[in-house]
Design a binder for this molecule. Structure first.
Ligand SMILES: Nc1ncnc2c1ncn2[C@@H]1O[C@H](COP(=O)(O)OP(=O)(O)OP(=O)(O)O)[C@@H](O)[C@H]1O
Ligand SMILES: O=P(O)(O)OC[C@H]1O[C@H](OP(=O)(O)OP(=O)(O)O)[C@H](O)[C@@H]1O
Ligand SMILES: O=C(O)c1cccnc1
Length: 488
């Protein structure tokens, strides 16, 4: 492996087939042919009732820095797969397309476009892999984080996953996604520096092992830190850890801020209840009990049910690795392409599996809310020229079961896909990470509880406008006619 490239870039963070197709388009004179692609996923992560959108910030950073460096071109040339003309084109390549996206922190659902890329065929194709790479991971972690936060409520939850994450980028961007999803702080210091996420943490068992007993270790820590959370389970939680923590807290008094203790093994319901009693009896009713050890929304919910006296939850492995679901499965599909006459024609991908069929045309996604209380009635996908705000009511039907339908009166319709880049220029004013996190909380408030429960939630309606639906059927018919005529 050669790490000596000083000018490595992410332009080659793509699948070889993208470059292969780009070379075909370039050599066939299709370089300026316009296309529209949309990103969507087909199945809700964790069978949750909603997903939390994260990843746009990284996507923006990627597009802004997208260019082929001299070493990229040199490498491509050495593969002998690409023509000199094509490599000359790549050497000056600049993304000049238009990107529309939902805002981070938005609640997103299966079968709706989250991101839309409009540009020339080559640039649209180049960015597919990186965009899916970013979104497939970050949406999953943000959603997992939201599920965990939803069972914890107002208590704090800390992100501890870096050591178990799939390498550096996953730890860093996963931490950010977790914060978007509702986590309160992280142990990853670089994420603190780069994103402004609050950092937090306790100490490890090795501190206690270094001093060979709880008391000396806690004392040493107290001599060197104001805020103290002592890890009490290295040797014996109830006999040594907690009594030592109390002793050090007594001895240091106001010289330290005795925040509490952390339990990292054993029966955490039992131990936390015992710890609570011991801390209360010693005059520390405000000392908090932290818990960590392979936690996720299920163990946490179960511990809460058992009456565990845990105030702060540390969650690592199962969040950052998205333990119960390795990928989201978001895809990037062409929905419209310019023809030889310069007109945009909508295009569909049929499949033997109807679930894999794409929805043709360039779309907008509208969140339909009841005017009275702001509650979401569903998402409504239209062709881009349609505007439900001009209508008195919206007729919403399930595209898979059109007899499931409703007419919504007294509604607001919010367009969710916003301009991020227009013709290569960044036009989006990114909200701060805290604004994104707050927005997620507000969006959740506007969702009915039935979509928010973590087990078997109701399916949130993602509907097509009549025009969009008819258009899809017409294109399916066209393709069927085409195939039928081939068989003759
Ligand atoms: N009261 C409880 N109810 C349900 N699950 C619990 C309870 N207490 C702990 N757990 C969970 O049980 C799992 C196993 O806990 P245990 O202490 O045996 O961990 P371990 O993996 O053996 O310990 P270590 O991580 O130190 O190797 C962990 O996921 C922990 O979060
Ligand atoms: O369990 P997680 O959700 O991933 O939370 C992070 C874990 O990281 C630390 O363990 P460490 O790496 O010291 O190993 P341990 O399992 O022996 O405690 C910490 O004590 C937690 O147990
Ligand atoms: O600060 C902690 O307690 C911590 C940090 C990372 C992993 N486990 C625990």
């Amino acid at each position: 492996m050669d790490f000596n490239y000083r000018d490595d870039s992410l332009a080659l963070h793509t699948d070889a087939y993208q470059l292969s197709m780009m070379q075909t388009y370039f050599s066939q004179g299709l370089t300026n042919r316009k296309a529209v692609f949309e990103v969507f996923f087909r199945k809700m992560p964790f069978d949750n009732g909603y997903a939390v959108y994260a990843g746009l910030s990284h996507l923006i950073q990627y597009i802004q820095n997208l260019h082929f460096t001299p070493s990229d071109i040199e490498y491509l040339k050495a593969t002998e797969l690409y023509s000199d003309d094509f490599l000359t084109y790549l050497a000056t390549f600049k993304f000049q397309g238009t990107v529309r996206s939902m805002a981070e922190g938005e609640l997103v659902f299966s079968h709706e476009p989250i991101v839309q890329i409009e540009g020339n065929l080559l640039e649209c194709q180049l960015v597919e892999t990186a965009i899916l790479n970013i979104l497939n991971f970050q949406i999953m972690v943000a959603t997992k984080a939201a599920r965990i936060k939803s069972v914890i409520g107002d208590q704090s939850v800390l992100e501890f996953g870096t050591r178990r994450a799939q390498e550096f980028d996953a730890a860093l961007w996963g931490t950010r996604a977790a914060y978007v999803g509702g986590f309160d702080a992280t142990s990853n210091v670089r994420a603190g520096k780069l994103f402004g996420i609050p950092i937090s943490g306790t100490h490890a068992h090795s501190l206690v092992q270094t001093y060979r007993n709880d008391y000396d270790a806690f004392k040493a820590y107290a001599q060197t830190h104001r805020d103290c959370v002592f890890l009490v389970d290295t040797y014996d939680t109830l006999k040594s850890g907690i009594p030592s923590a109390i002793k050090v807290a007594d001895e240091f008094g106001d010289r330290i801020n005795f925040i509490g203790v952390r339990i990292d093994s054993g029966d955490m319901a039992y131990l936390s209840k015992q710890a609570r009693q011991m801390l209360d009896a010693a005059g520390y009713p405000n000392a908090k009990i932290f818990a960590s050890n392979d936690l996720d929304e299920n163990t946490i919910q179960n511990l809460i049910m058992q009456g565990a006296k845990i105030d702060v939850w540390g969650v690592g492995t199962k969040l950052i690795t998205s333990y119960d679901q390795p990928t989201l499965g978001a895809v990037y599909k062409m929905v419209s392409i310019e023809n030889e006459a310069g007109e945009m024609v909508d295009t569909i991908k049929l499949s033997n599996n109807p679930a894999k069929m794409s929805t043709p045309g360039k779309h907008q996604v509208w969140r339909i809310r009841r005017q009275a209380d702001g509650k979401s009635e569903g998402d409504y996908i239209t062709l881009v020229h349609e505007d439900p705000r001009q209508q008195d009511s919206v007729y919403m039907f399930d595209p898979n079961n059109p007899f499931l339908n409703k007419t919504v009166h007294g509604f607001t319709a919010e367009p969710l896909l916003q301009d991020i880049f227009v013709n290569g220029e960044l036009v989006y004013d990114e909200p701060s990470l805290n604004q994104i996190r707050d927005a997620r909380a507000q969006h959740l408030d506007s969702l009915w509880d039935e979509y928010k429960r973590d087990l078997n939630p109701q399916i949130y309606p993602v509907d097509l406008s009549q025009e969009c639906y008819d258009h899809k059927l017409a294109l399916i018919r066209d393709v069927h006619d085409y195939v039928a005529q081939l068989k003759k």
